[in-house]
Each structure stands twice: as C-alpha cells, then as structure tokens.
Design a protein around this ligand. Structure first.
Ligand code: BDR
Ligand code: CA
Length: 332
C-alpha cells in the first residue's frame, strides 16, 4: 500500500472488543484515513455502539464523525446482545470512563455512507465488521452505491471453518441474514474476511499488556482491559486458548486485508446467505463458477465475491504489533 496516499475508509462497526482493536489499528496505520464511523446494533445496542465509538475516538484524541444506524435486523426479530463475550458495555465492563465531550453526528449511518460516497465517488472504501443492515439500507437509499464506493470489505461469514453461533453460521451474518444477502448480491467490489481466516490468528493478552505498558495511555489501557474480558471468554471456549489467554481478533483482519492483501489467499465466486431455517446465516460460496447451475439465485448474473480462505498469521501479528507500538497516540 502507498503510505503517501492513505485510503479513505468508512468503518461500519458494533464496538465490541475486536471492533476496538480494529479501530485502533486503523487509527495507527499511516495507510488508512478514517473519514467516518457508522455504528449498528450487534455486540451491543446501537446506542451503546455509538457511545463506545465516540469514547474510543475521544480518548485517542481523534475527531471522526460517528453516526447511529440500524437498531435491529432487517426481517427477523432482534435478540439480546452477547454480554458474556464483550461485556454489558461492549468494552469488557470498564470500571469507569474519563469525561469526554464529542457528540454523535445526527445523520443515520446509512445516510452518512450515501452522502460521503456521493461527495467523493470512487474514493471511499467501506470496512464493515458488524451485522450488515446499514449497508443494506444505504443500498436502498442509493442504488448506485456499488459504483460510488471504491470497494467493500466485510468481516463475516465462513466457508470451510465451523461457525461460531451455529455449526454453519458466523455471528455478523447470522445477526442479519437478509441484509447480508442483499450485500452479497449488490455488485460492488466485495471481499469477505470470515472465520476461515480469523480463526487462524490468535492475539494473546500479553501483547495488549506490552502495548499498554509501552504507551501508558488511557486508550491502550482501555483496550487492554477490554481484551482481558474477551480473552477470558475465548480461553474458556477453546482448549487451545486455555493455556495462554488469547482471543480471535476477527474485525482487525478486515483492515489488515486492506493494508496487506498479500497476507491472504482468496477464492472467488458468488455468495448467497441462507435466510431461514436451521442453516440460517450460512454463507454459501459457489466454488464451481464454470457450472451453470439451474437453480434460481445461482445464475451467471450473481456478482463475484473474493473470499479470504488462508492467512499468514505470523505476518498479521507482526504487522499489528508494529503498528500499535508506533507513535500514533497524541498525548493529552
Ligand atoms: C464477529 O462477531 C462479533 O462478535 C465480532 O465483533 C465480529 O465482528 C465475529 O463473528
Ligand atoms: Ca464486530
């Protein structure tokens, strides 16, 4: 990536601990310019997601527009947020928060996406790491959106790797399968960064301690606290994470794909989402593009998605460590 010309990114997110890791990577990386943060329900309510996005940016001394978006799925009923994974506040139950004074942008998230895409056609990349309702709504507001955005990178879905909310479904897609299917069939340049790669990269808690000790800053202290809670969940769930506390940094990998795509191996094909029934939320990749399947929904007009299938885990970890240890945090 050309470090002289940072990529303009709207970050669609539900922070969320791994969302916070990804946010700070994006802020710290010289190749990324965050131009907007659009929040959605998911790991927490949309109100809490916006509160957390405002807080995380304020304590890192950055001013980026933050909006509130959809508060429930497109069709199916909403469910309580997973407080046992991210904490009731989404950041591992912070014991206290310092006072900050940045305010939410009054536009709905979908409107901010449309406004910025129209104002800078072909310039903006959308990195979406929560349920996909904001993107689906933005598509309804502006059907030309796929031509106005430079590209879309999502964290969500899985092909070979077992799901994390059912044997076949990943959480972001399962949380709003109808919106996700609209996103996969919209026709933009789309990359899926799913569990096939995010389950291959473990970030250990000791790394976040090292980052916090290095900076001695409220922002990296908050991240360390949040990751401790989140690692506790993952270490209790997966035997290979029990010996040394650690976690998956799902959302981070969407930004690493943006800055360093050479760390990933892809398969390309049409993707559809199962919207009902026991396989709800499953992402189905057509891996035989040369076959003209006769079933409706799998025709040659189905847009192709680049799906990340393999990852260079040591490469991702080295990049994350180097970026977070760089001099990116302005002192208060
Ligand atoms: C995804 O679900 C959320 O809990 C995480 O923030 C991530 O976006 C992983 O399945
Ligand atoms: Ca997320």
């Amino acid at each position: 990536m050309n470090k002289q010309v940072p990529r303009k990114v709207i970050y669609d997110t539900d922070p969320g601990v791994d969302d916070a890791m990804a946010l700070y990577f994006a802020m710290a990386h010289p190749g990324i310019e965050l131009v907007g943060i659009t929040t959605t329900f998911g790991n927490v309510s949309v109100e809490q997601a916006a509160t957390n996005a405002l807080y995380l940016t304020a304590i890192a001394n950055q001013k980026i527009p933050v909006t509130k978006g959809v508060k429930s799925p497109w069709v199916k009923p909403g469910e309580p947020p997973p407080d046992f994974i991210h904490g009731a506040d989404g950041l591992g139950n912070l014991p206290s928060r310092v006072t900050t004074n940045n305010a939410v942008d009054p536009r709905p998230s979908a409107q901010l996406i449309v406004d910025m895409a129209r104002a800078q056609p072909g310039e903006i990349t959308l990195v979406a790491v929560g349920p996909l309702g904001n993107l689906a709504l933005a598509l309804k507001l502006e059907p030309e959106l796929p031509k106005l955005l430079r590209e879309v990178i999502i964290m969500g879905g899985t092909v070979n790797e077992p799901g994390n909310v059912s044997p076949v479904a990943e959480a972001n897609i399962w949380n709003d399968p109808h919106a996700a299917d609209l996103v996969f069939t919209a026709g933009w340049k789309l990359t899926m960064v799913g569990l096939d790669v995010t389950h291959g990269v473990v970030t250990h808690l000791e790394l976040f301690k090292k980052i916090a000790d290095h900076h001695k800053h409220v922002a990296t202290d908050v991240l360390h606290h949040a990751v401790a809670f989140y690692s506790n969940f993952y270490s209790g769930l997966h035997p290979h994470l029990a010996a040394k506390p650690g976690c998956f940094a799902h959302d981070l990998l969407a930004f690493i794909y943006l800055t360093n795509p050479e760390l990933f191996k892809l398969e390309t094909g049409g993707v559809r989402v199962v919207t009902e029934g026991i396989a709800q939320g499953q992402t189905m990749l057509n891996r035989r593009g040369y076959i003209n399947y006769p079933q409706p929904g799998w025709g040659n007009d189905l847009p192709a998605t680049d799906v990340c299938m393999q990852v260079d885990a040591p490469g991702c970890l080295a990049l994350f460590e180097k970026t977070l240890l760089s001099d990116w945090l302005k002192k208060n």
